[in-house]
Design a protein around this ligand. Structure first.
Ligand code: XIL
Length: 983
């Protein structure tokens, strides 16, 4: 069959012949099979090749009285051809019966077509060895991708001169094919059900690989991490439609397995992850699951299982690909762009422009940011080789639909190829200039803003500048060059410096200083972009407001560029399903954030969300793979509470805050005692100029309430009402207070302070409500909480002194009070420590004398080894989750150090020095923690805790802390104790 593919000149002849073919109504959209039985002539079949003749002959027939006789052939590819009515994206079962006039040859059915803009291709459909003594069935499947001309289905023979007959050619569209309805394979037929190897892997349906039922797919002999089983899904997926894919996998050795998809348009392959690789234990069945929306026109589409590395064999079973029908978007809710006083935008990629997603996008948004398509790795993957297809597509789409475009981003440390940073400073700057000339030049006049540089600030560096490869090779010059060239190339685009965590006080300050410095130099920075990737708890909305107000002082434009609200406060937790109450809370969080935007709309010209709806968010894989729902619309594109928090907060269900009420007896005298300073005030969302911070303590005498109210205009009717146990207690700013109510009001700089003791709340449990009324403005703050009693806040004091960190207990330690770890978070007995703390300039020293007679570091997990953990929060924020200055410092009994806490623990690693000495019955840890960002001494307070991990063999069997009883000290600083300073 070697020469079935023939020479170009001969083909031209064949194509000419084809012009004479008559197209008969094909099976296109009908599920009805089309049969050619040749009972009424050739039925559209025509000769293929010079000298060939095709006739309906009644000499012989497989059924009826006639068949198609093909004679006069002189080339393999000579034969009979018909124009099949194949429809795009559909799959057909093709069968035919053939019989040679004399001798034996291979007869094949082949499709010839010319893809738009490409070369003619020949695709084998079916073949069989055919003799002259009987009819032989040829049968196969064919998927027509569309986007082609000169389509023909033809019969040919390996014997160039052989005459043969055809009869009963049937073309049947496969049920479900091309309707994009998905598919499933369970291997229960004992066959591979269409799966094939991507390279040289061996696939076999075997009982040993079954997860359930009789068979699964065994995958072995893999040649690379990407070599494994693939399934063609082109016929079962439709562009713009969404699918959930799921497959079960079981590796022989522990590895990371993921489910991916390869798509090709023409010859260019692209790879998307459906389920990012995740760790799978040896011999364990694990589900890989994700959703995928096909955003492109493709002519090849296959799902496949791959590993992050290695070639361990694995078993696969129960693959399903299920179409998630699109729900129409809501058309009876306000369009966001109609209710906001600034430009509202969203990040988009192709799927967001299609179908219902596109409807949602165009209905609510005025601006788009291509999420990845203008980044360096997308636009200049190899030096001087620019790829703009994806960027062009999105920019063209935006323009065609009246959407403004933000460009993102010209210089970043991430998603930038390594070659960019090779060579000298001059090389690097030349590449940067080149890149910006090409990319910003291409879109000149079409993007209204550019994130010229992204994420260049690091507040933990003395100069506030991120130590990126850009910075390491060029210092600040890459920023200068980037802005200069961008301005030159596209003078009408507004040029932004863009960053995350700009709402953190120290980062905000570092950014402010940098922009100020560069603008003074004349660097053309027009604006500051605040990414604003925030979470359900942190940071407080007032921090966002403070940042906007600070930056406004620079006289630059400001935009929020990447807003989303993660439902998690740490990077460990994962909900199988997001609780409804959390979504309501998220709605209120969006409300308080948009309240800030509305108030600050004089300083803010645009807000962009980092995604259109929860079905596609970067937070589903960052910082770990988990379900996250950070946006305004859910995964069915329907409005969430988050949307209402933005569009119409009155529609939100009221929020009840969870509040922990420690034991404590502050003096009720209108003054703020130290007891209140132990915890940060719960800040109520601001309303106009009115704001407040509140706290509670409980004791046998009742519930102590603190309200610090900011309300500059004193008015006799200003009041705080506390409702507890069903009774309203009104405390007027100017008094007098109701008889029998223990309350005091003190004056503060911007307002007043209320302290009250309410006997009804003694349990510290149940509902509580606060209303703060500002009589002059008629504004009010309303806050409702559900109280949980907790023990008193633990406190300790660091004495002033400098020990030698060598594992020997110097006399200086005797100055400090001793605390003990006696709060069991695992087990109820085991290793404990006696702990003292000292401080000197910028440093906290910790001594932990651990009694633990049996020591082990057998476990590879550091927290399962005998060890001491020290928790330090420089600003005693008591936050759910860790801020970037919060740290968990762990020292094992052999002196091994590990740190954790913030997303980037490397940033705090350098803070820790330590020495350990093993002693009879245990070990002694001495540690110094440098706190470069904290002011120690005086009235300062640190969040502080100590935990002792007790290992038995290879696992931890007990753990005790000084303060935090939750077992979550590594995830949240909220329940740590408090450390103050002695002179
Ligand atoms: C993210 C994209 O959304 C992801 O698709 C991609 O895999 C990684 O980058 N800050 C930024 C954005 O400035 O460019 C990032 O976008 C999210 C964090």
């Amino acid at each position: 069959m070697s020469s079935l593919r023939s020479l170009h000149s001969l083909l031209t002849a064949a194509l000419l012949c084809l012009a004479t073919l008559v197209a008969v109504p094909g099976p296109a959209h009908a599920a009805q099979p089309v049969t050619y039985d040749f009972e009424s002539g050739t039925q559209g079949w025509a000769p293929r090749g010079d000298g060939v003749s095709v006739t309906a002959s009644s000499e012989l027939a497989r059924s009826g009285t006639a068949s198609l006789l093909v004679t006069g052939r002189s080339e393999n590819w000579h034969g009979a051809a018909v124009a099949p009515g194949f429809a795009e994206g559909r799959t057909y079962a093709v069968t035919a019966f053939a019989r040679a006039v004399a001798g034996e040859s291979t007869i094949a059915l082949t499709v010839q077509r010319t893809p738009d803009g490409g070369d003619t291709v020949y695709e084998r459909v079916a073949a069989a060895t055919v003799g002259d003594t009987g009819w032989v069935e040829l049968s196969g499947r064919y998927t027509f991708t569309g986007a082609s001309t000169d389509l023909q289905l033809y019969a040919e023979s390996s014997d160039p001169a052989a005459a043969y007959r055809l009869d009963d050619v049937t073309i049947t569209e496969e049920p479900g094919s091309g309707d994009g309805n998905g598919t499933s394979t369970d291997f229960e037929t004992g066959t591979v059900q269409g799966w094939r190897a991507r390279a040289s892997a061996t696939l076999a349906a075997t009982p040993a690989a079954a997860r359930q039922g009789g068979y699964g797919l065994a995958v072995s002999d893999r040649s690379a991490s990407w070599d494994g089983p693939a399934l063609d899904v082109l016929p079962v997926m439709a562009k713009g439609a969404k699918y959930t894919a799921s497959v079960w996998v079981r590796p022989e050795e522990a590895t990371s397995l993921g489910l991916s998809i390869e798509r090709r348009s023409g010859d260019t392959p692209s790879y998307d992850q459906i389920a990012a690789p995740r760790e799978v234990a040896a011999g364990q069945w694990t589900e890989l699951k994700g959703t995928y929306t096909l955003g492109h026109d493709v002519d090849f589409l296959a799902v496949y299982v791959e590993s992050a590395s290695g070639t361990t064999p694995f078993a696969v079973d129960d693959f399903t690909l299920v179409h998630v029908p699109a729900v129409p978007i809501q058309r009876d809710i306000p369009a966001l762009k109609d209710v906001l006083g600034f430009t509202i935008g969203t990040a988009v990629q192709r799927p967001q422009t299609l179908g219902e997603h596109g409807e949602l996008l165009r209905r609510h948004f005025e601006s788009v940011t291509p999420g990845n398509q203008l980044k360096w790795d997308a636009t200049e993957p190899r030096e001087g080789e620019f790829t703009f297809a994806e960027g062009d597509h999105l920019v063209d789409y935006a323009h065609a639909n009246g959407l403004k475009v933000r460009g993102h981003t010209l210089a970043w440390h991430s998603q930038t190829p390594d070659w960019v940073f090779e060579g000298t400073k001059a090389d690097v700057l030349r590449r940067l200039e080149n890149h910006i000339r090409a990319v910003a030049g291409r879109y000149k006049g079409r993007l209204y803003a550019w994130d010229v540089v992204n994420e260049v600030v690091d507040e933990n560096q003395p100069d506030g500048l991120r130590r990126s490869k850009w910075f390491q090779t060029t210092g600040l010059d890459y920023i200068r060059t980037a802005f200069r060239v961008a301005r030159e190339v596209d003078p009408d685009a507004k040029l932004y410096i863009n960053d995350y965590n700009t709402e953190f006080p120290r980062k905000r300050r570092a950014l402010y200083e940098l922009v100020k410095r560069l603008r003074t130099e004349g660097v053309p920075i027009d604006g500051v972009g605040h990414q604003l990737h925030v979470n359900i708890e942190q940071p407080h909305a007032s921090e966002i407001e403070e940042t906007i107000e600070l930056i406004a002082g620079l006289g630059v434009d400001q935009q929020v560029t990447e807003l989303d609200v993660s439902v998690y406060t740490d990077f460990v937790q994962s909900y199988p399903e997001i609780p409804a109450a959390l979504l309501v809370k998220q709605g209120h969080r969006y409300k308080e954030i948009f309240d800030v935007f509305r108030r600050q709309s004089g300083h803010l010209n645009s807000v962009t969300l980092w995604g259109l709806a929860d079905d596609d968010t970067w937070l589903s894989t960052f910082p770990i793979t988990r379900l996250n729902t950070p946006l305004l619309f859910d995964d069915r594109l329907q409005a969430k509470p988050a949307y209402w928090g933005v569009a119409d907060p009155a529609r939100l269900e009221p929020l009840v805050h969870d509040v922990e009420v420690p034991e404590g007896t502050p003096k009720i005298d209108g003054r703020r005692d130290r007891e209140w300073d132990l915890l940060p005030d719960v800040r109520l969302a601001r309303n106009g100029d009115l704001s407040a911070g509140i706290q509670f303590r409980r004791s046998a005498k009742g519930l102590s309430v603190l309200a610090e109210v900011t309300d500059p205009a004193r008015d006799g009717q200003d009041a705080v009402t506390v409702t507890v146990g069903g009774t309203d207690h009104v405390i007027r700013r100017t008094g007098p207070h109701a008889k029998g109510l223990r309350a005091h009001v003190g004056k503060t700089s911007g307002g007043y302070r209320v302290e009250a003791l309410l006997p009804a709340g003694a349990s510290g449990a149940g509902g509580v409500r606060l209303t703060v009324r500002d009589a002059s403005s008629q504004d009010a703050l309303v806050w409702a909480g559900e109280m949980t009693p907790v023990p008193a806040v633990r406190t300790t004091t660091a004495a002033r002194g400098t020990p030698q960190i060598d594992g020997t207990v110097d006399a200086v330690w005797a100055r400090a009070p001793e605390i003990r770890t006696a709060t069991w978070v695992q087990g109820s007995a085991g290793a404990t420590a006696r702990v003292r703390t000292l401080w000197d300039a910028g440093r906290l020293h910790v001594l932990a004398r651990v009694s633990d007679p049996r020591l082990s570091e057998e476990s590879p997990d550091p927290w399962q080894q005998d060890s001491v953990e020290i928790f330090v929060d420089a600003d005693n924020g008591k936050t759910k989750g860790y801020g970037d200055d919060d740290g968990q410092y762990r020292i094992s009994f052999t002196g091994r150090r590990t740190v954790g806490g913030p997303l980037d623990p490397a940033a705090i690693e350098g803070n820790l020095t330590s020495a350990v000495r093993q002693v009879p019955g245990g070990y002694v840890v001495e540690a110094t923690i440098g706190l470069p960002t904290a002011a120690l001494g005086g009235d300062a307070l640190l969040g502080f805790d100590v935990q002792v991990n007790d290992a038995t063999g290879a696992s931890r069997t007990a753990a005790a802390t000084w303060s935090d009883p939750t077992g979550r000290a590594h995830l949240s600083t909220a329940r740590w104790g408090v450390l103050g300073f002695a002179r």
